[in-house]
Design a protein around this ligand. Sequence first.
Ligand SMILES: [Zn+2]
Length: 319
Amino acid sequence: MRLMDGHCDVLWKLSLNPEIHNFYEEEQPTLDVTYYRLKQGQVGLQTFAIFVPESVPQSLKLDYALKQVDIFYEKVMMDKELVKLVTSKEDLFPSSPQPILALLALEGVDALQGDLTYLRLFHRLGVRQAGLTWNNSNQVADGIGEVRGGGLTQFGHQFVQEMSRLGMILDFSHLSVQGFWDVIEHHEIPVIASHSNCRAICPHTRNLDDHQIEALISKQGLMGITFVPSFVHQQEDNVKIDHILQHIEHICSLGGENIIYFGSDFDGIDYKIPHLEHTGQIADFVDYLCRYYPEHLVRKWAWENGFDFYKKHLSVKNS
Ligand SMILES: [Zn+2]
């Protein structure tokens, strides 16, 4: 079965030590996501986040984000037969033998310095998706970790409009609750939450409440079940794969079987769920799901929901 992973931070990890980490080396224990592991995990499409930590000074954030784009082109997409960047819906139909498809996404837009010029330039570099914030606040919105819980700024609304004009996809993971509703109420833009679980099952602030999940369902978005232990179960040192099923059950109980996909957060987490510790193990996880759910449902969650979403919302070439 072909699989899709909606979020990983391997570009950030590669940027920390580009001389030592090698995306194409088979034995690479410090990376969760490598070419070999994507193949092993039967991942047909991987979203690569461009992540700039809050601790990076503002004056260096743009440089930091651009270096991750460079690393993507130089170290990941070295051979288009192996990894191919998706920038339009036509790219979703690769010829055989199939390369692994790659989407580039910004995880927070702090690096863009509140300037739409940089948003347009990152779009030209191949970025088709953006989360507005990480957990902190920035020029466009408050993140979920910002205690005042503000929504979009005035500039934030302009920013989302420009994303929409460019044909980009907006990622809610990490955004404040108010920011979520500001986007839903004021903008017509394709929306996803690439790596968030259900707050009703695990009350972590990074998870979505039922109203948010229902809004994603009515917008025909995507919700990436994530493997971050503390987002799966309150006792994060005792999380098992079984606990993930509770989140899937819950989304289905709200009528959301068509929005489920996966957003591992591999290479962005230190603690892992046993047997779900790197991308190479995602195929086993999907096999495990097949023991509990009909194959046609698992196939949707593993691939079809995500594929249909991107096929619908990515622009046509050169548009
Ligand atoms: Zn994240």
